[in-house]
Design a protein. Sequence first.
Length: 456
Amino acid sequence: MTPTPSRRLFLGAAASVPLALTLGAPAARAADSAYVMAYFTESTSLGLGTDYGLHLAVSTDGLEWMPLNQNNPVVTPTQGAGGLRDPFVLRKQDGTFVVLATDLKGTDWSYNSQYIHVWNSADLRTFTGYHRLKLHDMVTHSWAPEAFWDAGRGQYGILYSSVNSSGHNVIMVNYTTDFVTVSAPQVFFDPGYDVIDGNLTVGVNGVNYLYFKRDQGLVGARSTSLAPGSFTPFSTPAAHGGTEAPTVVKSLTSTTWYLWGDTYTPNGVFYAWQSTDLASGTWTALDQRRYTQPVNSKHCGIQPITSTVYDNLVAKWGAPAWNRLKSYNYPARYVRHANYVGRIDAYPFDLYTDAQWKLVPGLADASGVSFQSVNFPTRYLRHYDYELRLDANDGTSAFAADATFHRTAGLADASWSSFRSYNNPTRYLRHANYVLRIDPVSTATERQDATFHVGY
């Protein structure tokens, strides 16, 4: 969430609400083996591809993401601003889920809501109990809400960013047992300077870690307690340009932790860092070949899930009917068409649909593949004088042959893919000066030019 300039807007605290004493122990459940991501979407021009509803994607490794419901929202707010930002999914102690989100549609940072959006869900396939939850009486925002279980209190804490009495953003907290009524707000973390987007990791070797945005980067604080005011900054900032929205996620198969961040422009780019020791406070940038964000995604929240939840989400919402192809040696770039020329360009760009392809059975050989444009469905990538262009299918055998490729193991990495020309079988699809063409491939650089990741 990109902040407005700080203002002195504190007018008072929300009234206290009686709380239940303690919730029971968490229900037994199967081991987690996948992840779900919640996000909203913005395109670079805030046009096509922008949607302020709740979007979901799933992943088996927490790095490569598959959007659900064709990257359309699964539910949309109907109260307040009529849109959301910064959604967050928490699995509650009883195994069901709660979704929280900022009450804001678009980028009108002067819109101040004392509320957040809340949904309950048994399985993230249906959403019930939608309401807005009031957190405070201040004439300021309630940005980037997240929640955590405080076992010592027997309550959930709801973290969010608001402007305090000193005029800068701090991380606030309210406590609740049901996400319907809340305690009076308290300042959870105020280091004396502007901070937003708190993300809390609880109980790692007896230490709790709070990551947040400060200035242009992501910084961590830690405490052996979950008490408000107990966290102390300690980490080295992680940043890639102006970066916000930290999300810390543990690998389900190793000791590695991942820190996600989002550049704060429309259609921002996610970057990821890794560490095997949260206590060190240092992060190493992750190779962009390792991860792919959902197209147009902004400010994500990530929650581990079981294989059953994963399978049920895919069964309910479906996998995308299209793919994107990432370059191996320029992993910030994707295969697209521009003015009907095939090329690789750095994400993001408009129109984002220029980079979406239906990989259909080869027009000349069904065992091969042809690349059908999503936004120009009568057109396919084909080679002409060895260069790739997007042409309308004229129904001829020559066109079908030019537009057909055989998918092989990646020439630079067998876990990726390469595409051999059907009618020029000594040549492969590759990029040269960012333009796509078919060429013989022999050198290491050419093999990298001809290797692509087929994802979403």
